[in-house]
Design a protein around this ligand. Structure first.
Ligand SMILES: *Cc1c(COP(=O)(O)O)cnc(C)c1O
Length: 431
């Protein structure tokens, strides 16, 4: 029935014992009794939901339209919500310890909805840099057309530098007659793997905006390490953003996005998602449910594999260097890593001795690893940012970002680590 939005029997505690996320991924948010006993949730392929009576329909719409606070009280129409999407949302929220979560049709749909929900004309966005290229374009080229300005700071910035940028942003917002609307972070940054000190950002934001009303929300793109190896709500972020296309989906067979965080912000984003229609479809949500059951297994194995492969690559004579969070050399970055992260991930930068020709020879010689952009899938992928994802970035900006011609981006999968090492060894021999 459309009125039964959530199962009544979610088991999150056994006596005094809190059930962990890996276990909750099997059934949390789903009650077989609501689907004829089907052990697994069906795909709810419907555009709309029947109301039990007119009063229920009215009540649901009071929430959908924001006239009453809180999430929808029932299933209404598939642009707003659906059983498969709500199950994914319940399970995403579990990983981050969030109040609530939302799923979107892509990572960029999530980011676009977030920015549109929180920003108005004359406002200022403060963001860390570099960002995922499309997010940077959204803020710099699209939001600017609607009168939203931005200031950015380098991902590795210190508390003093963050204080300074927030001070500048406040003055700029005052001049423009707007507000500082959003602090948007991405950590680790792509492709540099530089970490943002989220704790310092939170302290700086609270100091710069002592009154709760005017505070810009802190959102962070957690695609590279989340939700297993980094849970930034614990360091003071208020929203975590995901391209679920990557580790969460994890099989390179879907495109989706997610946001998890504080209820009042999630409610604002939900209102905007209801208007824009950026929710993911039921089939993709069903695929995500299946993916989340193995999330911890997959990410753990990929992380272990990456550690073994990087240990092999570290001292290889044809390797100039590695940008891997397991081998940080900078003391400040190491300190952030220890405070924020529980694992080094499985996506890293490999610098081959030489330039584009040597890197291309390496890539063309790989036999197990596939030559493709994206990351976080079960299979190992390798790509060349300077010639692919960042081809259109001006030379000077590439230099500033450390995107050199000998940089190969690698996302390690869940294959046998020895096979991957054999593949990388023979490809380096071919350089
Ligand atoms: C892939 C990616 C995105 C965009 O996600 P899509 O699902 O492709 O829209 C955003 N941020 C990061 C860090 C990504 O890797």
């Amino acid at each position: 029935m459309a009125t039964r939005r959530k199962p009544r029997k979610n088991i999150t505690r056994i006596g005094g014992h809190a059930v962990g996320p890996a276990t909750l991924m099997m059934g949390h948010g789903y009650d077989p009794a609501l689907s004829e006993g089907s052990l697994k949730p069906p795909v709810f392929l419907t555009s709309t939901f029947a109301f039990e009576n007119a009063a229920a329909g009215k009540r649901f719409f009071e929430h959908i339209t924001g006239q009453r606070e809180g999430p929808a009280q029932g299933l209404v129409y598939s642009r707003f919500n659906g059983p498969n999407q709500e199950m994914v949302e319940d399970r995403l929220a579990v990983w981050d310890g969030a109040d609530d979560a939302l799923v979107f049709s892509s990572g960029m749909a999530a980011i676009s909805t977030l920015v549109l929900a929180l920003c108005a004309r004359n406002d200022v966005i403060v963001h860390s840099g570099p960002l995922y290229a499309a997010a940077e374009t959204l803020i710099a080229n699209i939001m600017s057309r609607y009168g939203v300005a931005f200031l950015d700071f380098p991902a590795g910035a210190t508390r003093a530098e963050i204080d300074a940028i927030l001070g500048r942003a406040k003055r700029l917002a005052d001049e423009r007659g707007g507000k500082v609307a959003l602090v948007y972070l991405e950590s680790p940054a792509n492709p540099t793997n530089v970490l943002v000190d989220v704790e310092a950002v939170r302290a700086a934001r609270d100091a710069a905006f002592p009154s709760g009303e005017q505070r810009p929300a802190i959102a962070i793109d957690n695609t590279f390490l989340g939700p297993l190896w980094q849970q930034p709500l614990k360091q003071g972020a208020e929203l975590t953003v995901y391209s679920l296309t990557k580790y969460a989906g994890g099989h390179s067979d879907l495109v989706a996005g997610g946001v998890a965080g504080e209820q009042r912000l999630i409610d604002q984003l939900r209102q905007t998602r209801n208007i824009l229609g950026t929710i993911c479809d039921p089939h993709t949500a069903w695929m995500l449910l299946r993916s989340l059951e193995t999330l911890e297994l997959r990410m753990s194995r990929a992380g272990e594999n990456a550690a073994k492969v990087c240990a092999f690559l570290k001292d290889h004579p044809k390797v100039e260097g590695l940008g891997y969070l397991g081998f940080i050399r900078d003391a400040r970055q190491q300190d952030i890593f220890e405070r924020h992260c529980t694992g080094a991930g499985s996506t890293f930068s490999l610098f081959i001795k030489g330039g584009e020709a040597e890197s291309f020879r390496f890539l063309d010689a790989l036999r197990i690893a596939k030559l493709a952009v994206s990351l976080g899938g079960t299979e190992t992928l390798a790509s060349h940012p300077a010639a692919m994802t960042h081809l259109s970035v001006p030379a000077e900006r590439k230099k500033a970002l450390g995107i050199t011609d000998n940089l190969v981006r690698v996302s390690i999968g869940i294959e046998d680590a020895d096979d991957l090492i054999a593949d990388f060894a023979q490809a380096l021999d071919a350089v």
